[in-house]
Design a protein around this ligand. Structure first.
Ligand SMILES: *Cc1c(COP(=O)(O)O)cnc(C)c1O
Length: 401
């Protein structure tokens, strides 16, 4: 199952494996859901956070042919899509930058036909810069309505008060093609009262916008991230911005429970990522030996340990010390002692028969056992989103079928 103990770099180091098949299955599952209440709708992939830790360079070629829209936080990542399309002769996808922009970035996006979110007070200044740069066509923007998250965007009150009226005289450099918002509370609950109120505010915001500012119709409305795509049909609108579930994970336990209630079934999502690590050392420690910093673990009996060259520098949280296990030959092997910066020590006494090099699975499937990102995240007192996005950008990532 493993192509070797040493990565292509020649180093003994952990690596991440992306399953192209799992990703395609998740896209198909989400697309079926998003169209079953009418459609067709656009399904978009959120690739922020280094594609949720999966690696943008590896994820982009897999995702690009499968979805209609690509979402990023930073303009640099969005521009990488156009470079990818040029390099491989691919059609240009709709690309939207969700994050904040400076003037130079706004100009670069206009030149590249990439869309931007208008969600803060910087835009009157950006309009002046776009005009000075004589952009060849107007920058296509989506107005962010703050419907109750309290993050970026304009409330319906601000829109009705004319905060975006500068757009009336900016048609030469800006075209409003979309309107979006973001939910505050869809993942944390199994009833969607607050989300319903956000949907009402969204519709009021859109009406306020249309009343004051030229909007290109049909304007693209989008509000649903993974959770709402899965369990809140009213939020599906014209496009969905799916992040975590594209990668095969549930936004939360509550969302999974809600799916059972709302859909009457739980759609299957397949985790895309596995994390494997070859051993650096496998050896016996005599009974009574201490393991790791702080001597927090002492072997009751003679113990065969594997030293894995992976640690909190790579994104394996220190909070997993003495709590997690890894999989070796389909068996659970406890992490003994503390997780170190570049090392983890596991007890492999019952998982191996000798001291030959081995490969441990830190995340993913080995035999009948599956270590889920949710499980590691819970042990580390965080959520799967944080666990994934903190996986080191330096880790080697390989794509498997
Ligand atoms: C991160 C993000 C998403 C995707 O959220 P998931 O829960 O990962 O699907 C969608 N929209 C916005 C604005 C985001 O910031």
């Amino acid at each position: 199952m493993h192509e070797g103990l040493v990565g292509a770099t020649g180093k003994v180091a952990s690596w991440l494996e992306l399953s192209a098949g799992a990703l395609a299955t998740n896209v198909a599952t989400l697309r079926a859901l998003s169209t079953e209440t009418g459609g067709p709708r656009a399904l978009g992939a959120v690739l922020k956070g280094n594609a949720y830790g999966h690696g943008l360079a590896q994820a982009l070629p897999l995702v690009h042919p499968l979805v209609d829209v690509l979402y990023f936080i930073t303009p640099g990542d969005a521009l990488a899509v156009r470079a990818h399309e040029r390099a491989f002769g691919l059609p240009a996808r709709q690309v939207l930058v969700l994050g904040a922009l400076d003037a130079e970035e706004a100009v670069a996006l206009a030149y590249s036909g990439i869309e931007a979110v208008l969600g803060d007070g910087a835009w009157p200044g950006l309009v002046a810069e776009l005009r000075r740069a004589q952009v060849p066509h107007p920058l296509r923007v989506h107005v962010h309505v703050d419907t109750g998250l309290g993050r970026e965007g304009f409330t319906p009150g601000q829109l009705a008060a004319g905060e975006l009226d500068f757009l009336r005289d900016a048609a030469d450099v800006i075209r409003v093609v979309g309107v979006l918002s973001h939910f505050a509370n869809t993942e944390d609950v199994t009833e969607q009262q607050y989300a319903e109120s956000q949907l009402d505010v969204f519709e009021a915001g859109l009406a306020a916008l249309r009343a004051r500012v030229p909007v290109q119709e049909p304007v693209q409305r989008h509000m649903a991230a993974s959770a709402a795509t899965l369990v809140l049909p009213r939020a599906r609108y014209d496009a969905q911005r799916v992040g975590i579930s594209l990668y095969g994970l549930w936004p939360s336990v509550e969302t999974r429970l809600s799916a059972r209630l709302v859909l009457g079934r739980v759609p299957e999502l397949k985790p895309v990522l596995s994390w494997r690590c070859p051993s650096q050392v496998v050896k016996w420690l005599p009974a009574g030996s201490y393991v790791g910093y702080g001597c927090t673990y002492r072997c009751a009996d003679a113990t065969r340990v594997a030293v894995l060259p992976v640690g909190y520098f790579d994104g394996y949280p220190r909070l997993l010390s003495g709590k997690a296990h890894v999989l070796v030959n389909g068996r659970r092997c406890p992490v003994v002692g503390r997780v170190m910066m570049n090392h983890v020590i596991v007890d492999v006494t019952h998982a191996t028969r000798d001291e030959r090099p081995l490969v441990a699975t830190l995340l993913g499937q080995d035999g009948d056992e599956h270590l889920h990102a949710e499980t590691l995240a819970t042990w580390a007192q965080t959520i799967n989103y944080e666990l994934l996005t903190r996986l080191g950008a330096h880790l080697k990532r390989v794509v498997a079928p």
